[in-house]
Design a binder for this molecule. Structure first.
Ligand code: ADP
Ligand code: MG
Length: 612
């Protein structure tokens, strides 16, 4: 019975045919080492419980012997004779219960602590991976390694210690008892049990496969629901509720069919196995009975034999379940450890910093070539050379998809250039401390700011952990955000909802600006910071940006050219190279790419402020 229930447990999602790395025993040992003492205690208690369990059949047999004696000749007091045996049995039962309680408590303590340590280590290592790593992976997969895989590994581990140890001891112990009781019966049992186990295992593996398919189908249905609920605005806007319902219904129907098939399989298995177990009992009784009749065995011994053989069979059934669980646990553990040992190319910290008083904030791209690691053949930047003079505003314009955001990513050191180098005050970025660079030098404001689902205060403070309330207010004022924040009933304690969903685009953007300004960056990158906004919010944001730009080295990336006229220098990016450099007037006079872009935008939409 236990076999079938475990078969229905969710299986591992290992892709077929994928060569997986091996399980990292060394790393596992490191997680286990701090808990060895407790684990050892758990093992001792589990062994104790198993050994006590082995004693029980013998005592039961003796008790039956006494009962049999009293059914034959009714002399003496049954109670007096059986009292000591009964007490002994009661003590053993109590002891067994106590030991079981003890080892399960200790084991769950070890299991939970190891799992928490593993999660912490995995999360911390995931967070320090390169941005390129995240380009190639789905967030859902990474999260499932943190949750499902660790969970699976933990439960396998606990099961191996509790069930595995116990079952092995019981099988061994009971086999000794059995052979002491009757060698002939034991030999018979040794032939019958493995045959049945074999049949059971075969059926079990078929059920496991079915259960895996069932799980995958459920996952498909969940994915449909997840996508529809997560993007409910889009679904609503296209009036697609009906279609999503049908889609979900279809997947659900599939998973129901599979689950029912699995249910029938399990039912068949349980039916057959109960017949098999009962036949074993009957067979033992018949053969044993003939031995008793031939006076080769006492009735009590037969009873002991029956109980012990049941223990053996139950334990072996447990072991076969355990085998499947171990396979799943190991592959889950492999997946967990895989990302725990991965080291990023760009470390989070290390390298030197330039003292604040010496920092000028001059940035140069020297003949930079770059292609994204996940698309190596595709050259985004070729021989790109650009200087951002300290305290000046440089605008980068060009076609969408031309590589403007890529330039900003290289400056943030999300990636390293394939060739060439980027320098800050003449020093290669690769020799500088990345966390200092990102945390204190560069303020990055992107087109789609992402806020965290906490208060406005905490969101702004994300820019600088130790910032005082005053610093936060100052940054918010500079970002034109103070006014709207204080107009909320909860003020700075307003919770912004998941990803800032309860704010308008312009408000989100101003909070993002405040978040970047609170760290007082020397270099500011504005990646199309206003292009998604309506003209009123654009004016407010632009005003904040103009104020924030004063005295800083600024790289403005813009798609809408009206926003870059005031820049000290405008750089036109095309085909991964710098094509034109100059001020707005100079470039217009040249009459090439820039003036062409201006003309096209003027045709697309009338500029917000026409020159009088
Ligand atoms: P822009 O900001 O000028 O619109 P991007 O720098 O975002 O352009 O993109 C430049 C090119 O690089 C595009 O062709 C885009 O498809 C590609 N690209 C952008 N981000 C990635 C990425 N993470 N991985 C692979 N290719 C990317
Ligand atoms: Mg871009």
């Amino acid at each position: 019975v236990a076999l079938c229930e475990a078969e229905a447990a969710p299986p591992a999602r290992s892709g077929p045919g994928v060569v997986e790395p091996h399980f990292n025993w060394k790393l596992f040992w490191q997680f286990l080492r701090p808990h060895l003492l407790v684990l050892g205690a758990a093992v001792v208690l589990a062994l104790g419980a198993a050994l006590v369990n082995v004693q029980i059949p013998l005592l039961l047999g003796q008790l039956v012997e006494i009962v049999a004696k009293y059914t034959r000749d009714h002399v003496g007091s049954f109670l007096t004779e059986s009292r000591s045996l009964g007490t002994h049995l009661l003590i053993l039962y109590g002891l067994q219960g106590l030991l079981t309680f003890g080892y399960l408590v200790l084991l769950s303590r070890v299991g939970e602590r190891v799992a928490a340590d593993m999660r912490r280590a995995l999360f911390s290592n995931l967070l320090r991976q390169d941005i390129a790593f995240f380009d190639a992976k789905k967030t859902g997969q990474l999260v499932s390694r943190l949750t499902t895989d660790v969970q699976e590994f933990k439960s396998s581990f606990k099961l191996v210690i509790s069930q595995g140890l116990r079952s092995c001891t019981q099988v061994a112990g009971c086999l000794v008892t059995l052979s002491m009781l009757s060698t002939r019966l034991t030999l018979l049992l040794m032939v019958a049990t493995p045959a049945l186990m074999g049949a059971g295992t075969l059926m079990g593996s078929a059920l496991r496969k079915l259960s895996r398919q069932c799980q995958e189908q459920v996952a498909r249905a969940t994915a449909v629901a997840d996508e529809a609920l997560g993007n409910v605005r889009t679904v609503r806007a296209f009036a697609m509720e009906q279609r999503e319902e049908e889609l979900y219904g279809a997947e659900l129907g599939g998973s129901r069919c599979k689950a029912e098939e699995l249910g029938r399989g399990i039912a068949l298995f349980q039916g057959l196995s109960s017949i098999a177990f009962n036949c074993m009992v009957l067979g033992t009784l018949c053969i044993g009975g003939s031995l008793v009749a031939g006076q080769q065995l006492t009735g009590g011994d037969l009873m002991s034999f029956l109980v012990a053989s049941q223990t053996v069979q139950r334990s072996m059934a447990n072991l076969s379940v355990l085998f499947g669980q171990v396979v799943r646990g190991l592959s889950a553990g492999t997946r967990v450890f895989e990302y725990m040992t991965l080291s990023p190319c760009i470390p989070l910290s290390g390298g030197h910093c330039i003292p604040r008083e010496h920092l000028r904030g001059s940035i140069t791209f020297h003949n930079v070539c770059f292609s994204y690691p996940c698309r190596p053949g595709f050259h985004v930047l070729r021989d790109f050379t650009l200087t951002l003079p300290p305290g000046k505003i440089v605008a980068l314009v060009g076609q969408s998809g031309g590589g403007k955001t890529t330039v900003a990513s290289l400056l943030e050191r999300f990636y390293d250039p394939t060739a060439g180098m980027v320098t800050l005050d003449g020093q290669d970025l690769r020799t500088l401390d990345p966390s200092w660079l990102r945390g204190q030098v560069i303020g990055f404001i992107s087109q789609e700011p992402v806020l965290f689902g906490t208060t406005i205060m905490e969101n702004i403070r994300f820019g600088k952990l130790g910032a005082s309330d005053e610093e936060v207010y100052a940054a918010a004022r500079e970002a034109n955000a103070h006014e709207f924040i204080t107009s909320f009933p909860e003020g700075y304690n307003t919770v912004v909802g998941e990803r800032g969903a309860t704010l308008s685009g312009g408000q989100k953007q101003r909070l993002a600006i405040a978040r970047a300004l609170v760290k007082q960056p020397s270099v500011l990158i504005l990646d199309e910071a206003t292009s998604a906004l309506d003209s009123e919010s654009e004016r407010l944001v632009q005003e904040a940006l103009d104020r924030a730009s004063a005295g800083r080295t600024v790289l403005v990336i813009a798609h809408r050219l009206s926003t870059v006229r005031g820049a000290h220098q405008i750089v036109v990016l095309a085909h991964g190279r710098v094509c034109e450099v100059g001020t707005h007037e100079e470039l217009l006079k040249k009459g090439r790419l820039y003036s062409e872009l201006i003309r096209r935008q003027a045709l697309d939409a009338p500029p917000p402020e026409t020159p009088r």
